[in-house]
Each structure stands twice: as structure tokens, then as C-alpha cells.
Design a protein around this ligand. Structure first.
Ligand code: 6PG
Length: 469
């Protein structure tokens, strides 16, 4: 018998890498994993008992044990580690082999790596993977970018391991270059926005409506049975029911209110600014993580800046209904902003993104999966050039139905002193986008006044400058 050769290799056997690899093995492929930590390599072999699987700590053995052309995926921390691993692999791989980066890599790093590996005649894909540890194990949403030829080398495996919705795999070729990482970055931007909106809805329900954790659990459970059905709403409902394993009461009340971030939401905001595409709800979410981290300052300021707010009198049932409608409204704006950014980035970076395919593969497996995404897919299938999701007839009708509830809960927040930056950003985005004449004519006048920057007129063509007096 010849030496056992494996179909698929993984570098990085932490929870994500190991789970993804076990998922590949479940689908009938033989697997080999590489990690510098022998414990991790051993853990893989134990968990993969009964399957054709191997764990190793030696890069040479790892590469030599793979079928050609080799398919090697990396699930290691984004940044320098990816470059180090690529350098190590380059000592052993051959022309035509494929390296797949499955981490949350910054898209510009992917462009750089693509150019570098092209010189070495090694194929490379930058692939977004969403769904956390569970998703990796049982079906993530996968967003591959790079050359179609490279994708075809691994298409069968990625389709097999991905989540399925109505039998359709939650993976599709996204586009050229760093398209996969860009789509994943924007996915995370939308994720930040939805999480912040849920946090604000919790604040309103708890601090204006007076809902207990049990009532919150019930409210979000109810939301999840209707139009808001989504992974993030589902886990939010579950979180309110979780007892504190180290003390009395529910765990949520003991968790420090400082949100950390690895940077993908911030990258989305930064890049949207670079392209001049507004994503205010995502910006608000990033900003609120920043404010949350100023815990000591906030505690001190809560005394210095104490003001009395007034709580709107409203029944719990009515408030739950209004907040549900506002969440629906604001979720739509978050998807609309992210998808508008993707539409623009696709042109700027020549990715060739298919918006319907993007919505389709986000319907399952990923963190922002939601029943809304089927409607979004539908909207783009009817009009692939939709400039903004909000003007799709179905979404336009739903926003006209839900904007009032959004206004009402924001007003309640303003009166009570409950911050609603993300909800307010969503509403202002909607109001500004549907405003045929914004007051920015004044900004143009001011620019021309102090800087002779010129302005255009509504009634005549050309550029104008006025000697203002
Ligand atoms: C996913 C998640 C995943 C990760 C985030 C967390 O799609 O599976 O988005 O990528 O949990 O990077 O991001 P922060 O640490 O920035 O909140």
C-alpha cells in the first residue's frame, strides 16, 4: 500500500481550524492538520477518530502528505501570522498548489498576498468564513475571493461543508482579488450595527418599559418568531434567560458593559469613508463600542452630568411592539448601508460582485443570517442594479410602515436620556436618503464664501463663484 495522501490540509488547529477540518472530514474527505502546538494536533486526531485524519507539527510532513495540487487552508490570527505561515509553506509547496486564507484578513493584505503568490505561481484565495466555532463545525457561510480557477479547485469541498438553506449551499464565488475578505468585512460591519441596535432596544425595553430579564427573554423570543427571525435575535433571547453560574440572578446583569473589538467593524466604517459611501448605523455601532470602553470616565461623569429625564408612560405590550417595528426598520437600513457599500466597492475595486449571490449565502450559517435575507435576495434578483435596498418596492413599503414606531422609540429615548445613536443614525439615513433637497446647499455656499471652492446651481450648468459680501 502506498503512502496515505490527504485531500485537504489545515494550518491552525485552534477551535475554528479544528472544527472546520472535522466538518471537511464529516463530508467524506481525508484531512490533515498542522499546528505548532502538539496538543492541538493530538486533539484533532482524537476528535477525528474513525475518519481518515492526521495531525502533525511538522510543516514538511504536512505538505508532503497532501494530494496534488495541494489544498491548504489557514485559520490563524489575521495579520503577521498569516505572512509567516505563507513563508513557511512556500519552502515546500509547488507550482499550482492552492493556499486559502480563511481568517478575518484585511482586504489590502489579501491583495498584497495575491500579487506575491502569483509571482511564486502558487494559487491563493482570501475567504471569509462566518458562523463562529459552531458554524465552522456544522456549516458556516463562506465568502471566497480570488481567481475562479483557484476557487474551482476547492469548490466541491467548500460547498459540502457550508451551511445549506433550502438545499442551496451558503458559499458562492464572490469575485476577483480580495472580494471575499471585503464581503466578510462588510458582513461584520452589518453584524456590529445589528448588535448595537439590539443593545439599544434592550436599553429602551429595560429602562423605559421596566421589563425584567424574564420579560426581555419573552419579548425577544416573540420577535424571533416573526419578521425579525435571525440568529442575533435568537441568541439575544437566550442570553436573557441564562442564569449566573457564579452567583444569583441572571448572568447578563453581571457582565461588564465594555465591548471589545477586533477591528472589522472599524475597517468597514473607514473604508466606507474612503469610498464616500454613508454607513451611519455601522459608524454609530463602532462609536458606541468606543464610548462603552470609557467605563471609568462614564461612571465619573454620571455624577457630574446627572440630569433628570422623563419616562414615557406606555404599556409593556405596546412598547415591545414599537421596539420590534423599529428593529425591523433599522435592520433594513443596516443591510442597505452594507450592501450599498459593497455595490460601490465592487465598481471601485473591479470585484464583479453579485449582490443576489451575496444575500443568498448570508441566509444561513453566518452571524447576520436572518429571514430578511431571503427578501433581500429576492429584491436583488428582481433588480440586480438596485442602488439602495430601501427603494425596492417591498422594503419601501415595510419602511413606510415602521418609520413611525422608530421615531416614537427614539423620542422616548431622548426624553428619558437613553442613548439611541444607532437607531437615530438609521432614521436619519432614511430621512436624508429620501430628501430631494437637503440643506447642504448652505455648506456649498459656506465653502465658496471662505475658500472660493465654487458651487453648482440648480438652474444653470457650470461652476460658479461669488464675491460674497
Ligand atoms: C463571524 C464573526 C467573527 C468574529 C468577529 C468578532 O462572522 O463569525 O464576525 O468573525 O466573531 O470577528 O468581531 P469583534 O471581536 O470585532 O466583535
Amino acid at each position: 500500500m502506498g503512502k496515505q495522501l490527504y485531500d485537504f490540509g489545515m494550518v491552525g488547529l485552534g477551535v475554528m481550524g479544528r472544527n472546520f477540518l472535522l466538518n471537511v472530514a464529516d463530508n467524506g474527505f481525508s484531512i490533515i492538520g498542522l499546528d505548532t502546538n502538539a496538543e492541538q494536533a493530538k486533539a484533532l486526531e482524537e476528535e477525528a477518530a474513525g475518519k481518515v485524519a492526521k495531525g502533525t507539527t511538522k510543516v514538511k510532513e504536512f505538505v508532503a502528505s497532501l494530494k496534488k495540487p495541494r489544498r491548504i487552508m489557514l485559520l490563524v490570527p489575521a495579520g503577521r501570522v498569516v505572512d509567516i505561515v505563507i513563508e513557511d509553506l512556500l519552502k515546500h509547496v509547488e507550482k499550482g498548489d492552492l493556499i486559502i486564507d480563511g481568517g478575518n484578513s484585511f482586504f489590502e493584505d489579501t491583495d498584497r498576498r495575491l500579487a506575491y503568490l502569483k509571482e511564486k505561481k502558487v494559487e491563493f484565495l482570501g475567504v471569509g468564513v462566518s458562523g463562529g466555532a459552531k458554524g465552522a463545525r456544522f456549516g458556516p457561510s463562506i465568502m471566497p475571493g480570488g481567481s475562479k480557477k483557484a476557487y474551482n479547485k476547492v469548490k466541491k469541498i467548500l460547498e459540502a461543508v457550508s451551511a445549506k438553506v433550502n438545499g442551496e449551499p451558503c458559499v458562492a464565488y464572490m469575485g476577483k482579488g480580495s472580494a471575499g475578505n471585503y464581503v466578510k468585512m462588510v458582513h461584520n460591519g452589518i453584524e456590529y450595527a445589528m448588535m448595537q441596535l439590539l443593545a439599544e432596544s434592550y436599553d429602551i425595553l429595560k429602562n423605559i418599559g421596566g421589563l425584567s430579564n424574564e420579560e426581555l427573554h419573552k419579548a425577544y423570543t416573540k420577535y424571533n418568531r416573526g419578521k425579525l427571525k435571525s440568529f442575533l435575535v435568537e441568541i439575544t433571547a437566550a442570553i436573557f434567560a441564562q442564569p449566573d453560574d457564579l452567583g444569583k440572578g441572571r448572568l447578563i446583569d453581571k457582565i461588564l458593559d465594555k465591548a471589545k473589538q477586533k477591528g472589522t467593524g472599524k475597517w468597514t466604517s473607514q473604508n466606507a469613508m474612503d469610498f464616500g459611501i454613508p454607513v451611519p448605523t455601522i459608524d454609530a455601532a463602532v462609536t458606541m463600542r468606543g464610548i462603552s470602553s470609557l467605563k471609568a470616565e462614564r461612571v465619573a461623569a454620571s455624577k457630574v452630568l446627572a440630569v433628570k429625564g422623563s419616562k414615557t408612560k406606555i404599556t409593556k405590550a405596546k412598547l415591545v411592539k414599537a421596539v420590534g417595528d423599529a428593529l425591523h426598520f433599522a435592520f433594513v437600513t443596516a443591510y442597505a448601508q452594507g450592501l450599498a457599500l459593497l455595490t460601490d466597492a465592487s465598481k471601485e475595486k473591479n470585484y464583479g460582485l453579485d449582490m443576489e449571490a451575496t444575500a443568498r449565502i448570508w441566509r444561513g450559517g453566518c452571524i447576520i443570517r436572518a429571514s430578511l435575507l431571503e427578501d433581500i435576495r429576492q429584491a436583488y434578483s428582481e433588480n440586480e442594479h438596485l442602488p439602495n435596498l430601501m427603494i425596492d418596492p417591498t422594503f419601501a413599503a415595510s419602511m413606510k410602515r415602521t418609520h413611525k414606531a422608530t421615531r416614537s422609540i427614539i423620542k422616548m429615548g431622548i426624553d428619558a436620556g437613553v442613548p439611541t445613536l444607532a437607531f437615530s443614525a438609521s432614521l436619519a439615513y432614511f430621512d436624508a436618503y429620501r430628501d430631494g433637497r437637503l440643506p447642504l446647499n448652505l455648506v456649498q455656499a459656506q465653502r465658496d464664501y471662505f475658500g472660493s471652492h465654487t458651487y453648482e446651481r440648480t438652474d444653470k450648468k457650470g461652476k460658479f463663484h461669488t464675491e460674497w459680501s
